[in-house]
Ligand binder design. Sequence first.
Ligand SMILES: [Zn+2]
Length: 606
Amino acid sequence: MSVSVVQPSRTAWSRLRPFGARQVDLRTGFWADRVRINRERTIPHGLDQLRRAGTLDNLRLADGYRAAADSTGATLPFLDSDVYKWLEAVGWELARGPDPGLAASADEVIALVTTTQRADGYLNSYVQAGDGEPYRDLSWGHELYCLGHLIQAAVAWHRALGDDRLLDVAIRAADHLPGPLVDGHPNIEMALVELARVTGDRRRLTTAARMLELRGHGTLPGARFGAGYWQDHEPVRDAATVAGHAVRQLYLDCGAVDVAVELGDDRLLGAVRRRWDDMIRTRTYLTGGLGSRHRDEAFGDPYELPPDRAYAETCAAIASVMLAWRLLLATGEAGYADAIERTMYNGVLPGISLTGTRFFYTNPLQRRTHRVLDGAGPRLPWYPCACCPPNLMRLLSSWQQYLATCDDSGIQVHQYAAAEVRTELPSGPARLRIDTGYPWDGRIVLSLLETPAEPWTLSLRVPRWCRTASLTGPDGTIAVGAGMVKRHRRWQPGDVVELSLDLPARITEPDPRIDAVRGCVAVERGPLVYCIETADAPGRTEIEELIWDPSREPAVRPRPDVAEAMVGVTVPVLRRRSGAPATAGAIPYFAWANREPGAMRVWIPR
Ligand SMILES: [Zn+2]
């Protein structure tokens, strides 16, 4: 049995079913390359960094074999979670294909986690190395947050590999909980639902549902950023808008969707959907990035979206993909897949270098020249608070699971990549090959390799950014608009369907209520947001000196100098002082900061 990263129960109120980890293979092209780099470079780099940072030593500390006074054991309460996220990534990777070296490393880490667990089931290195008293600081201690990540890793190993070593640890650790508690950092809620799905133990689901109900009544002490920081200001089913720390809010809403679909709780699901709609409309960057404020890593007011001071933590983009995926499964609505696409390309990928070993924690949409001269931030190999890098690892290692879904009527393809998809429809097995050079090329060819004799429906998402699209199939060619295009027929092996998405460079104007970028434009092509870097400014002009020239059109241009197969855009600009026309090169925003240090901007003034 092959099951996936989020797996609603058969009885759950869920429209679509995910494909299992082994039912989708990425073959070649953009995503296959990114996922391969994650496997071959990022995950090994992650283990190395967990060692260097002392994060693995922390678990040894807890186990009592801290021999050296100069132990490098780092001291932040949530670091165990990075070990678990790394393990989750390795679990999905080993399902994709064997790697004896990676498996041996994971065995070592699992053994370390297992021996660190106390006899009574409790497991948290920070507390164990300290006074050993559990659940004393629910506000800031991150104990349930870490437990949530342990459970998620355990669920991945169970589903991907049928390996229950971590699941045994996770169940004992979850059994140690004295009951439903409210943790300052949500995550435990969605983890407990997944644990219920894996074990069939409904008590986990009841606990998660109760945790959601307890939050929102100002119960967490020490709210130095206000109760909204950890969503303790209003009950989860009442709060009309997202609030506070972006990752906390989005993880909480993931848990709320999971509970809602398992319990058929329409009102709870409706609350999350309303918050999501409002967030997309008023608090989301063009890149899909979330979180406008550095001070408390928080959402800002509506339309408070400064490009230069954007926080847009990589983890918030990842959490947004996780939430949109749950909402897509629950509702089947294409808008959630649109959001996943925008956020994956423009909110998640900028957090990792093209080499796979350097990371951004925050993802501003502008870096000024003077900030570069001040030495502002190249990507780093790791962070003292290293939540983002292993979060990237686990998402990329499971990314192929987000491409398509099925239901009793057929298959829905949501994201485009060269891949092969296999599933069992009610009337028999179906196998589909997808060939495409997406996102550089808008031609997507789907070939039926195997199909039941009975008719079924193939659904393809036409992204909302796409203004001209056509579908060619056995019935001829038709123009199609944004949303899910459905073709119901008696398919034959060898049938081919071709979706053509027109990909001109396009100019995007911001919502006029976003004061910080009023009067600017951005360049987009297909699902990609573009940016200008110093390296591509005409005559090495400071990019602050360039303004957009509306009298000329942008054009596409290959950029193999930045990355293989990359398509760039040439942007017509004027020099601010002389008014002289010039042309600047723009590259996809996800690829910025991979060359010499320089300034960058997404929004270009008129
Ligand atoms: Zn993070």
